[in-house]
Design a protein around this ligand. Structure first.
Ligand code: AMP
Length: 287
């Protein structure tokens, strides 16, 4: 209804030309990278971008280098038409970059220069997904080199990803400000995710237990409990009873995800990953 379709480009040179014009006009640029199949979580990042800068760039790219050989790269939902419609309706994105792999990896995947992250990338989600975070860093580095935004927005939903990209930006002296957008949830608490569509109806009903379990850990921490091993063991058991196969539940320090220290009072984060049917769900809560 009167909305203008978002401008979609597929080449690096088209992104650079648009951004150069905005820069010449002195306009700030914010960027939110995604893998598409957009939902309100992604759109909340677009809205935060629009608050932070005059110009907003979003990308949709299902990045092959962050998927393991037995992961869902092929099955990952690709819904470009609906995504474009959602963005056009929101009306707050100036440019949508939808590259093919060859545009992002001009020398091919095998010969690509890769970013190798430090040890944290092998923990938590990295333990079950070897190479995943290096693949994420590899593509985010490329996207930042292409878009060259002033501000980058990533979601809290992928907390470990945020921490690792923050480290990459600092360690590689990348001239961009990183900001976090809060996790957007369904009314029953389930964190919005493109992978929620892998859940069948019965699994979808049980899925909010992941958030509920983390919320109980948070409540007990806030009540002063400090036996972290017991808290996380209880949470795992609760997830199992609810039909999940928990991968990890951990209490870590906010900011760098170092081991939480029971003797200190420091901001913490409770993180979990669990399988439910075909889906691998993750969530976290700040305490
Ligand atoms: P993805 O398309 O899953 O790669 O996510 C793209 C960006 O959206 C990442 O920065 C995610 O952390 C963020 N994101 C994904 N789900 C949510 C959510 N439920 N709430 C807020 N941000 C999200």
């Amino acid at each position: 209804m009167g909305e203008t379709a978002v401008r979609v480009v597929t080449t690096v040179s088209a992104v650079r030309a648009a951004v150069a014009e905005w820069r010449a006009a002195g306009e700030r640029i914010a960027f939110a990278p995604t893998m598409g199949n957009l939902h309100a979580g992604h759109m909340s990042l677009a809205a935060l971008c629009a608050q932070a800068a005059r110009r907003v760039v979003m990308s949709i790219f299902v990045n092959p280098t962050q998927f393991g050989p037995n992961e869902d790269f092929t099955a990952y939902p690709r819904t470009l038409e609906a995504d474009e419609a959602m963005i056009s309706k929101a009306g707050n994105v100036d440019l949508l970059f939808v590259p093919q792999p060859a545009a992002i990896y001009p020398f091919g995947l095998e010969q690509a220069v890769r970013v190798q992250l430090p040890a944290l990338s092998h923990e938590l989600c990295g333990a079950a997904r070897p190479g995943h975070f290096d693949g994420v860093a590899t593509v985010v580095c490329r996207l930042l080199n292409i878009v060259a935004p002033d501000v980058l927005f990533l979601g809290q939903k992928d907390y470990q990803q945020f921490v690792l990209i923050e480290r990459m930006i600092a360690d590689l002296h990348m001239p961009v400000q990183l900001r976090m957008g809060p996790t957007q949830r369904e009314p029953d608490g389930l964190a919005m995710s493109s992978r929620n569509r892998y859940l069948d109806a019965a699994e979808r009903q049980r899925a909010p237990e992941l958030h509920a379990t983390l919320a109980r850990v948070r409540e007990r921490l806030n009540a002063g409990e400090r036996d972290f091993a017991r808290l996380t063991a209880d949470a795992r058991a609760e997830l199992e009873r609810a039909g999940f196969q928990p991968e990890y539940v951990e209490i870590r320090r906010q900011g760098d995800l170092a081991a939480a220290d029971t003797r200190r009072s420091e901001p913490r984060v409770v993180l979990a990953a669990a399988r439910l049917g075909r889906a691998r769900l993750i969530d976290n809560l700040l305490v």
